[in-house]
Write a protein that binds this ligand. Structure first.
Ligand code: CTP
Ligand code: MG
Length: 228
């Protein structure tokens, strides 16, 4: 299986509220985007990694790149867009046509374990599309205007993580359909689901959290240090 990974790092990190883009915040001394790249580069199946960065930060990344473990797998970084889906499109467009498998990963998830990356790659190889996810811990309520409209069956609810892995042609088709219909997804798998294609869930690690708010980075640091 020959895989290219897109590491999406082009967000501003508005909820985090730091003066620098979130992907450049350090986790135990190294930027989140570097930690995320290194976790993917540890997998032999992943032969190429395309970082997608804010247009204004391509040079900031170029200064880091030589120190990345697995730097030989790094493709030239590309500039992302206004929405995450735009950044995914930019990364996908930078891949050579012969790439058969694409793994899309959030730079804001620096704690993904290489073994979980391997498991989601293997699942995608069977079905064409797979993502890491964890069962939700809380009961989910669908709410409208401050009132509960519905309580979802918790046993059926999973929280989607990344990487999400797809046959490249399937992801390209899903993106084209979404764009033709003006649809913005909150993850990549959702676009593929809209084609009616099967998407396999692989139970991941709750520690593969997305650094969204400042307290998430505190927690991520604690998990990182405990693992070492
Ligand atoms: N992302 C991206 N391009 C965008 C928006 C998001 O590449 N236009 C990336 C982020 O860099 C992040 C991942 O998608 O690694 C998940 O997005 P999120 O956690 O929402 O990050 P931000 O959009 O940066 O944060 P916020 O929504 O708080 O501004
Ligand atoms: Mg965002």
């Amino acid at each position: 299986m020959r895989v290219a990974a897109l590491v999406l790092a082009a967000g501003r990190g508005e909820r985090f509220g730091a003066p620098i883009p979130k992907a450049f915040l350090p986790l135990d001394g190294r930027p989140l985007v570097v930690r995320a790249i290194e976790a993917l580069a540890a997998r032999p199946e992943v032969e190429r990694i395309v970082p997608v960065l804010p247009a204004a930060d391509l040079e900031r990344f170029a200064a880091l790149a030589p120190d990345v473990a697995g730097a030989e797998k790094l493709a030239p970084p590309v500039a992302g867009g206004a929405e995450r889906q735009d950044s995914m499109r930019a990364g996908l467009a930078a891949l050579p046509a012969e790439i058969e498998w694409v793994a899309v990963h959030d730079a804001a998830r620096p704690l993904v374990r290489p073994e979980d990356v391997g498991r989601v790659l293997a699942a995608a190889a069977r079905t064409g599309a797979a993502l890491l996810a964890v069962p939700v811990r809380d009961t989910l309520k669908r709410v409208r205007e401050g009132r509960v409209a519905e309580t979802l069956a918790r046993a059926e609810c999973w929280a989607a993580q990344t990487p999400q892995v797809f046959r490249a042609a399937l992801l390209r088709e899903a993106l084209a359909k979404a764009e033709a219909e003006g649809f913005q997804g909150t993850d990549d798998a959702q676009l593929v689901e809209r084609l009616g294609a099967a998407v396999e869930i692989v139970e991941g690690d709750p520690a593969n959290l997305k650094v969204t708010w400042p307290e998430d980075l505190v927690l991520a640091e604690a998990i990182w240090r405990q693992r070492r």
